[in-house]
Ligand binder design. Sequence first.
Ligand SMILES: Cc1cc2nc3c(=O)[nH]c(=O)nc-3n(C[C@H](O)[C@H](O)[C@H](O)COP(=O)(O)OP(=O)(O)OC[C@H]3O[C@@H](n4cnc5c(N)ncnc54)[C@H](O)[C@@H]3O)c2cc1C
Length: 208
Amino acid sequence: MLTSCGVEAFVPRGDEVELLTAQGTQRFSHAICAASPSSSARLFRAAPQLAPIAVQIEALSFQPITTIYLQYPESVRLSQPMLGLDRCFAQWVFDRGRIAGQRGLIAAVISAEGLHQELQQEQLAQKVVQELHEQLGIAATPLWHQVIAEKRATFSCEPNLPRPAHTTPLPNVLLAGDYTAGDYPATLESAVMSGIRCAEEILRKHTQ
Ligand SMILES: Cc1cc2nc3c(=O)[nH]c(=O)nc-3n(C[C@H](O)[C@H](O)[C@H](O)COP(=O)(O)OP(=O)(O)OC[C@H]3O[C@@H](n4cnc5c(N)ncnc54)[C@H](O)[C@@H]3O)c2cc1C
């Protein structure tokens, strides 16, 4: 078994798939490619039968997620582990103290593009501090803050977007990930369900 090593290439070899990793090469009866969209596209591009799927993956666009971490004094806590805010820059607020024992640490999350991107990180942090004061009554001043903006956090889930299927022209190569065709946008549910679909497909063929 190969674990904790990135796949550098996979090569279809008849009924098998060969995986090339830093730990060596190994053959498998099936491969489910569950890497990020960019890695999956890179791996698929190298195999002529899979290259059209790489093109489809590369056509996806992405949305950012910005998280503003605010370390308040340890006595600061939310009334719930997670709260939603309405008409604010901060959309969801997590009490990391209640969730993970990091007392006083509040994480405010902003999904997708928006007006918040027009602010400098320092301005955005101060804006969220103000919102938490006004909306939740947190009057304390944070000891420190950190803004982390993931520019390609999730694929952009638009109406009628063609998302790649979990099956490929190669019957023993499947594709999993939140961005593959399914009922959900970029969520953990979507990722898990795509993995289950791939596993079911392999089992179905195996028992035929
Ligand atoms: C900041 C942020 C907040 C989020 N919040 C939520 C939320 O509240 N609720 C929710 O449902 N979803 C949330 N999401 C989305 C959720 O994280 C994703 O939908 C989910 O993780 C997608 O799972 P995945 O298995 O498709 O991909 P990933 O979780 O991205 O897993 C892909 C894996 O492939 C590995 N990999 C990449 N290249 C290779 C390679 N060459 N060889 C081997 N392995 C490789 C990567 O290391 C990674 O572990 C959030 C995402 C972000 C970024």
